[in-house]
Design a protein. Sequence first.
Length: 454
Amino acid sequence: MNLFAQSGWIKLLLITFLLLLGAASLVYNNYLVGKILEQERISVELWAKALEFNSLPVHEQASSKLLEIAAELQRNETIPDSLIDKVFQVESLRSSQDFVTEEFILDDGERFIVPAVLVDSNDVPLEYVFTLVDPDSPDSTIYKIEYGFKNVVAKDIDTPEERKKLVARLKTTNPPIEIIIGDEKTRIAQFVYYGESPTVRILRYFPYIQIVILSLLLGIGYTTYRSITRTEQSNLWVGMAKEAAHQLGTPISSLYGWIHLFKDEIEDNSEANKIIIEIENDVKRLSGVAERFGKIGSAPELSSMNIKPNLDEVVSYMERRLPKLGKAVEVRKSLLAEANVEINPELFQWAIENIVKNAMDALNQKDSSSFISIHSIVKGNEVIIDIEDSGSGMEVSQFKTVFRPGFSTKKRGWGLGLSLTKRIIEEYHSGKVFVLKSEVGVGTTIRIILNTVI
């Protein structure tokens, strides 16, 4: 029986929702990236066409011829200036065309932010040599070399190795764009390699960032839900326990009265007196159980005392009442720990009883070699208590769930015993309780660890 098995379904639904949302985000993001890459390729192709257009020999030759004609006309004093101005106007039309190509296409930084490079057929970046006049020495010239890179940080292409590495990376990022320089006789093939804009690079990581953020939000939401659920469960168990303690009070008081009445009636019957004494011990135990239930939800009073007498008392009591499973169940006691610990005797013995009762329920009634072992030692500043049984055992996946409220392998079990044990040991006594080992068909060992006091 597992009253709270729906938590597993909630986890599964949340994980499924997260995976579906992540997949949808990834698909839509890839669609957006594809659209942006398509627009970027159009921009790069326009840039490549502009380079190809500017490099046509006919344009350069026409401009050169016009300038030569203008210079020749200027040397002839009989030629009117108006005619020379007309020649310069024609040549300026060519310059205007170059200006539009270079300024509005080639140098449009807002429209075209994709890193690109113009290379020859050997993947070597083209070099542009500019001759400049030295301002400090007008008679000397300065040669400036620029490479065919665009939208690339200068420090990334300082050395030939860096330029070669960047060209190789851009070449593999997108299919190259071929441009043809020259005429049919002097045909030269050049290529434009280009990468991805910062926007595309960011968008590629966006789905993973979104999944991480959603995972955090869902994790916080699920943790909050679990915290609220556990608080509600805790309040439910506390209320049930206190109500049970209250309801047990009246019949226990009545039982004490009947016991005293029986004692007065059968003073001379020694056998009957033994039975009455055992009944009285059981009623005292029942009274202690009611007191334990009444303490649930309240801060217990802890006292420093020796752990051995408390363990021995609860084990001896349980030993006298162990069921006969074909033959007596063997109880193996090895209470070697004699150290002071801060405990509440009633609650601590209750925790041990719960574990022993679970061990009893797990025993095979047909197995004549059934046993329960209680072993305690002191190790460093800790008292270690191992409770072992030769019962049915459990799967590794149940090591943690066995302590959850509502979890039980018994048909009529409420799943409260071990959950109360965990709360008593860990919350009230600042200790630890966990399944040390278990094997199906072999048995289970549960370990309790408590801190010693000086």
